[in-house]
Design a protein around this ligand. Structure first.
Ligand SMILES: [Zn+2]
Length: 463
């Protein structure tokens, strides 16, 4: 048994969260977390002054380990931390980081000389370049950006604002958790944040309408005069955004224009039992398939839901709540012919001397909708860019597809708008799906689409 010395105060020992406790817990220096583009996201730096350069003992010396996060707040919630409990990828890959498959001869020499061996590294699916773009694109706003490869499920970026500096989390802990704001910087808004989906929920509504009218959904017509009022209760009225009047529409154009009136009407037409089944199939009210902490989306429509509830639900302003992760899961399945490749964060484990120890296999898949349904929704989402509310993506040199949302919610008694975009690109052969939510933005088209565009631009053109 090897003992590491250099400090020994009872006070340190008594603090379960002291980072130095880690040193007692294992024989290895905790391994590094590396991005898929080869940048260090977390590493442990060792300072050992217990011996002088001539090999003689130095009684004043000490052994310390410091966990460093070179990207700081840019990837703080996704990478997580390991010193105040463990979160994010630090928690997910803990087992591998605390093992060492480095050269066994070196390990034996290390044991004799009471030197800890270097733990294995974990390579994540996160791309540090894209992560920076995603984080910085949010600007001064709070919000979330999550991007995945729809074919493999690899999570490419996971940015959440506000953030914290994981390098100083121990020192900053009290101020972070006791902050008198509701901004919750430790919260990974991508996976744990729950938001009213606004018009992004029209993806689900359009799918449900298609399922109930498989042979004639293309015959749906609606004449938008700027509002939809229930025939029996004239207090039940939904307006199109900003006084717009969309005129004659079918399902496709109502989706592209994000016509609240048409969708409120659809909300009153659908079969609530079947709708609840579709929501369940789309993973509402369930644990989402990801290996880090996440929140279940909420969907509350039942047989007893009234007309007003249905009108509100249809435009994402009811009781439905979704995480950005859930939104990108739906976009990703649509981009991948109806098949969800479950999101994953780990690529492989390698020893400190570069040997590949373990490659994580392909993601599990599940069918969220038929290929035909995915194809129709894709074409609707493409029209949102070419003819509708995501016009800021129109001039890109790749073909993007998606859905915007502008969800009005109450915060501290004031009405604010959370701006959404969820979509993918390129349309014909999707390489990336992304969901953006910008808290207290303007509209999805104005505030969230430009963030998504920066993410697409980098991934498709600049990488
Ligand atoms: Zn309308």
């Amino acid at each position: 048994m090897i003992h590491f010395i250099g400090w020994g105060s009872d006070e340190l020992m008594g603090n379960a969260y002291n980072p130095r406790m880690e040193v007692f817990n294992n024989r290895f220096v905790r391994g590094a977390i590396i991005s898929s583009d080869g940048q260090v996201l977390a590493r442990t730096v060792v300072s050992d002054t217990r011996k002088n350069s001539d090999g003689s003992g130095n009684p004043e010396g000490a052994y310390t380990e410091t966990r460093e996060y070179p990207l700081g707040e840019v990837a703080a919630q996704a990478v997580g931390y390991s010193t105040k409990g463990k979160t994010g990828i630090e928690a997910l890959s803990n087992f591998y980081l605390m093992e060492s498959n480095s050269n066994p001869v070196v390990q034996v020499v290390n044991e004799i000389t009471e030197t800890k061996s270097q733990g294995d590294s974990v390579v994540t699916t996160l791309d540090a370049g894209l992560q920076k773009i995603a984080y910085e694109a949010l600007g001064e706003h709070n919000g979330a950006v999550i991007a995945v490869n729809p074919k493999t499920g690899e999570v490419l970026a996971m940015a959440s604002k506000p953030s914290f500096n994981p390098n100083t989390i121990v020192e900053d802990w009290e101020s972070i958790v006791n902050a008198e704001n509701s901004d919750a910087p430790l919260l990974n808004r991508c996976t744990q944040g729950l938001y009213a989906p606004g018009s992004t929920f029209k993806i689900v509504m359009a799918l449900e309408y298609m399922r109930e009218h498989p042979n004639d959904y293309r015959n749906f017509t609606f004449n938008c005069d700027g509002e939809y009022r229930d025939a029996e209760n004239s207090d039940y009225v939904v307006h199109c955004y900003s006084g717009e009047v969309h005129g004659a529409e079918d399902l496709h154009t109502a989706f592209a224009y994000s016509c609240n009136s048409a969708f409120a009407k659809i909300g009153t037409m659908i079969n609530k039992t079947k709708f609840a089944e579709t929501a369940e199939q789309l993973l509402f009210n369930q644990e989402l398939p990801i290996d880090i902490s996440s929140s279940k989306s909420r969907f509350n429509v039942t047989e007893d839901s009234g007309v007003w509830t249905m009108m509100q639900t249809a435009i994402g302003q009811g009781e439905t709540m979704m995480s950005p992760l859930h939104e990108v899961i739906l976009a990703s399945a649509i981009a991948n012919k109806g098949v969800l490749a479950e999101p994953k964060l780990l690529k492989q484990v390698q020893s400190s001397d570069g040997k590949v120890i373990k490659v994580f296999g392909e993601s599990a898949t599940r069918q969220l909708m038929t290929e035909e349904e995915a194809s129709v929704l894709s074409s609707f989402m493409r029209s949102v860019v070419t003819d509708g509310t995501a016009s800021k993506l129109r001039d890109a040199d790749y073909a993007a597809a998606g859905k915007t949302g502008s969800a009005e919610v109450s915060k501290n008694g004031e009405t604010i708008t959370n701006a959404w975009f969820t979509g993918f690109a390129p349309y014909d052969d999707p390489e990336i799906a992304v969901c953006v939510v910008v808290e207290e933005g303007e509209t999805g088209g104005r505030t969230a689409v430009p963030v998504a565009k920066q993410v697409f631009d980098y991934w498709i053109n600049e990488r």
